[in-house]
Each structure stands twice: as C-alpha cells, then as structure tokens.
Design a protein around this ligand. Structure first.
Ligand code: DP6
Length: 346
C-alpha cells in the first residue's frame, strides 16, 4: 500500500526565530521545545503516473478540500522536488487534521510541515527501496520541513532543539535543527506548557510578512546580536537547570519579539488586553510563590505558560481560578514538552 502517516507536534520557541534571508535561512539561532498534545496528523497516499505530468496534489483538511492551501502545497512540493527527484510524476493525496481547535490562534505551520516532511522522507525511502540511517532520515525531514515553514524544522525531534548556526556548537546548521536534549537538565525536559487561548481570530500579520518586517527594521542588527547572546545564555541555563534564570530569559525573548513588531513599519500590536492581564498575573504568581513559572508568546495574543511539572497542582489551581477568566470561552490547552513525532500504522 502506498500510504504513509505521521503525527507531528507543534513546538514553542524559547529563543525566537524572527528574521530570515533567502530560502528560510534564519538570521539568528533559535531554541525550542517540541510539544506533545498539539499535533498535526498527515496521511500521504502516492501513485506513480507519467513523469512528464509533474506532481499533482489532492489536499484535504479535516476531510474538506482547501484550494488555497493546495496551491501553496503544489508550490512547496515543486520547490523541494530537487531534494526528492523521485517525486516527479507522482499523484499525491494528502489528508491532514490538527489535534487543536481550528483557528485557535495556535501556529499550525510547524506541526503541519513537519508531519508532511516526515511523510515525504518515508515515501522517498519506499520509492528508492533503501532505508536512510536514522540520523539522515530526521536531518532530511528537518531540512524539508524548514523549506515549508522555518519553525517546522524544530518539530521533527523530541524535546529541546537548536536551529541555526551557533558559535561553539559544531553540528548546528542553518539548514536543519539538531536535538540538544543531552545538553539539557532533566528538570526542563519534564516542563509543562499551558496554552492560554486569548484570541481565536486569525493572525493580524502572517509569519512570512512578519519576518520581512525585520529586513528594514531600525533595530534589527541590535536584535540579531542580542538573539545570539541569548542563545548562548539559554544553552548555559539549560545545562545548569537554573529555573529562575530560565524564566527571566524566556520572558525577555518573548517581549523583545513583540517589541520588534510594535516598532516595525507598519507596526503591529499583537497582544490583547487579556494577554497583558495574564502575563502580569504570571509575574505576580512567580514572585509570591517562588515557583519559576513564566510566559512566552508567539506572533499572536495567546500566552504559553511554562512551568515545572512538580508544581502542577498549584499551577492548575492558579489557571482555573485566576487565568481562565481571561481566556476566550475559558479555553486553554494542557500541553507539555513531548516525545516528538510518531509514525502511524496504516
Ligand atoms: C514567532 O516558522 O511561522 O513563532 O518560516 O515564514 O513559516 P515562516 O515563519 P514561522 O515563524 C515563527 C516565528 C515565531 C518564533 C519561533 O517559532 O521561533
């Protein structure tokens, strides 16, 4: 049966990717944790036809066709066919679904492109009849995922990932992410992420447009320099396991991402009043309890509350009593740092 299926999670960046050149080449390294429950499941069915016919795609999301996304997909597949020459002349049927609610404001490009890239590399293995080594398999999946959406490069591995050439880390690359769990204190590997859904509206600015705003941003150079420094600092914190230092740096990174958007031209203010209310409450909670919970943000209004799993009871009470009233329809997702993508039996 020419059918392959992968489930791949989204990821949350601690050090943010914001700014790129060329073919999704990041202007600074980024560090993330792969999540567990927020995932995309993608099934790929392929059939050989005439090579001259190129690549044709039928795409279904939640069982429904999505012509806009289908066009993007055809572009993407043609772009990456130089890495999988055997793809020319294939007829593909791709079906996807997300575990998280549609238009919840959660970035799905990371999970969707990583799930698709994993399916494509599995397909290449089957077409060629020779398996890749495990390292080569995931490296290629990360590279192909990056070409769909930069942050997707970091979703093919479990736990903690580093993407972007980083001084002192020889294996690091601009082209794919590398897993760095062996350099991470075990306390962090069990962290939890409560995703507090503040706004369900679609993004005010697409990530691609957002990255472009950095091209002429007056503070871009300083920001990129700072991101390199923050990457170095974060790598050291991850090793030592200093949870308070972790909290301070994660929050500083999130705020400086939003500061870039607020000071770009045009400017974007993506936080909502409830975003601010939540991040203030998280700061107060940390101060009062000494529990090193912290927030981070993507390019939107939702808040990720990161916390050590030992504090689960206090945090969940805090969420239910204090934070849930600020969430859209009281919705939040009880996620955690996870084990990475899983191939499904079909
Ligand atoms: C703010 O990966 O969505 O979430 O490469 O254009 O698809 P494209 O952008 P994308 O950018 C994500 C930006 C971010 C920070 C991060 O995840 O590092």
């Amino acid at each position: 049966m020419n059918k392959i299926s992968w489930q791949s999670p989204s990821n949350i960046a601690l050090i943010k990717y914001w700014g790129k050149t060329g073919d999704q080449i990041p202007t600074n390294p980024s560090i993330s944790f792969t999540l567990e429950k927020s995932f995309t499941e993608t099934t790929l069915i392929y059939e050989k036809t005439d090579k001259k016919k190129g690549i044709s795609v039928d795409f279904l999301f939640d069982g429904e066709s999505k012509p806009d996304f289908e066009k993007r997909l055809v572009n993407y597949l043609n772009r990456i066919s130089e890495y999988i020459p055997a793809m020319q002349g294939l007829q593909l049927k791709i079906e996807s679904r997300n575990s998280f609610p549609h238009s919840s404001g959660i970035a799905s490009s990371a999970s969707s492109y990583s799930a698709l890239a994993l399916c494509l590399v599995s397909m290449e293995e089957k077409l060629m009849g020779t398996p890749f080594t495990t390292d080569a398999f995931y490296q290629k999946a990360s590279l192909l995922a990056r070409l769909g959406s930069g942050s997707a490069a970091r979703s093919v591995y479990s736990g903690c990932n580093l993407w972007g050439k980083t001084p002192g880390i020889v294996e690091s690359s601009q082209l794919y992410s590398i897993p760095i769990n062996h350099q991470v204190h075990s306390d962090f590997l069990n962290y939890k992420d409560a995703i507090l859904l503040v706004s369900k509206s679609t993004k005010k600015v697409s990530s691609s447009a957002g990255h472009q705003l950095m091209d002429k941003h007056p503070f871009a150079e300083a920001k990129f320099k700072e991101s390199f420094k923050n990457t170095e600092k974060m790598l050291s914190i991850l090793k030592t396991g200093d949870a308070m230092e972790f909290a301070n740096l994660v929050e500083a990174e999130a705020l400086s991402l939003h500061a870039m958007m607020m000071t770009s031209n045009p400017a974007f203010l993506l936080m909502e009043p409830h975003t601010l209310a939540i991040i203030r409450k998280i700061g107060n909670f940390r101060h009062e309890t000494g529990i090193p919970a912290c927030f981070t943000l993507d390019a939107g209004a939702n808040v990720h509350l990161l916390y050590p799993s030992y504090a689960i009871e206090q945090i969940q009470t805090f969420i239910k009593k204090t934070l849930m009233p600020y969430c859209f329809n009281y919705q939040w997702i009880d996620d955690q740092f996870g084990n990475g993508p899983v191939q499904q039996t079909v």
